[in-house]
Design a protein around this ligand. Sequence first.
Ligand code: GAL
Length: 370
Amino acid sequence: MKKKLLALSLSLALAFSLAACGNGGSGGSDSPSGEGGVGEGKTVGIAMPTQSSERWIKDGDNMKAQLEELGYEVKLQYAEDDVQMQVSQIENFVAQQVDCLVIAAVDSGALTTVEAQAKTAGIPIIAYDRLLMDTDAVSYYASFDNKGVGTAIANYIVEAKDLEAAKAAGESYTIEFFMGSPDDNNAVLLYEGIMEVLQPYLDDGTLVCKSGRTSFDETCILRWSQEEAQKNCENYLSGFYADEDLDIACSAFDGFAYGIRSALEGAGYTDANWPLITGQDAELMAVKNIISGKQSMTIYKDTRLLADKAVGMVNAVLTGTEPEVNDTTTYDNGVKVVPSYLCTPVAVDKSNYEELLVDGGYYTAEDLAG
Ligand code: GAL
C-alpha cells in the first residue's frame, strides 16, 4: 500500500501518545489533533447510505469531525439508498486512492466487486453499523448489539403490556410486525431478538397477530421505507383490524413508527385506543412523539459513541495498532468472521428520555421543545 513505510514509522512514533487514549481510540484530549495530527496527509472515504433519515447525517458528521480532529482529510458521500450510486461513490474513492474506507451499505451484499478493488489497491475497509456481507475485504466492524436491539424492543412490550399477567388471566393483545430491510443483516438479527422473546406469547395466544404475518420474510420492508410501513399498516387496519383495535405495532425503526402513526390517524385512532408503538434510533422526531404519546419507545443508539469506535478502528489500521474489539465470534459475513466492536443499545421512553438524552447531551431541552 502506498505510504506504508511512512505509516509504519509514524505509527511507531505515535504509539505512545495513542496508548493514552486506549487501543487506538479516537477521542480524548491526549489525541494529536488537527494540523500535524496522526492523520496528517491521509484521506478517509466515508460512504453513508442516505440522508433521508436523521441518524445517518449525525453518524457522518460525527465521524467527519472526529477524523478531522486527528488530522485526516475526509471525503463524505451519501448514496440516497441507491445501490448503484453507492458503488460509483466507492469506486471513485478507490480511484482517488483514499487511505481507508468506512462503509454503511445501502445493500450489504451488493458491494463485493468494489470491495475487492479496494482490497487490491491496499485500502482497508471498516464496516459501519451494517455488516458488509460476502467479502474478505472488510477488516473490522463497528456496530451495536443488533440482536440486543430486538430483545430490548420485545422486553419493553412484555413489560409495558404485562404479558405475564395477561397470560395468567387468559387475556390477549393484538400485534403486527414491521421489520427491517432484507438486505441488511441488522434487520435479520433484530428480528431474531424480537422472536426469541415474543414467540412464546404468540404460541400460547397471549399475542394475536391477525394478519398471520410473523415471519421475517412476510414482515420485512425493503430499504427501511417509511412509506411502505405506512401502506402495510393501512392495509392491516382496513382489513384484519376493521372490527378490532390493533394493540401493539412492533416496529423496528423510528421511520416505520412515523408511517404507522399516519396510518393510525387516517383510520381514526385516538388517545383512547392508541396502540403501543416501538422504534429504533432515538431520532429527534421519535423522541418528540414519545413525549406527546404518539410513540411508546425507541432504541437509543448513541451515534457519537459509534463514530468514536469506528474512528478508533480507522486510526488503528492506518497506524498499525490493534483496534478495540469486543466480539470476535458473532459477525460471520459468509466469508469471514469480522472482528467487531458492539455498543450497547438502550431502550428509551417517557420515563427516562430526559436522563439519557438530555442530561446525556444527545439533545437539548430546546431541541425537544421545538
Ligand atoms: C439499520 C440500523 C438501524 C436503522 C436502520 C434504518 O441498519 O441498524 O439503526 O438506522 O438501518 O436506517
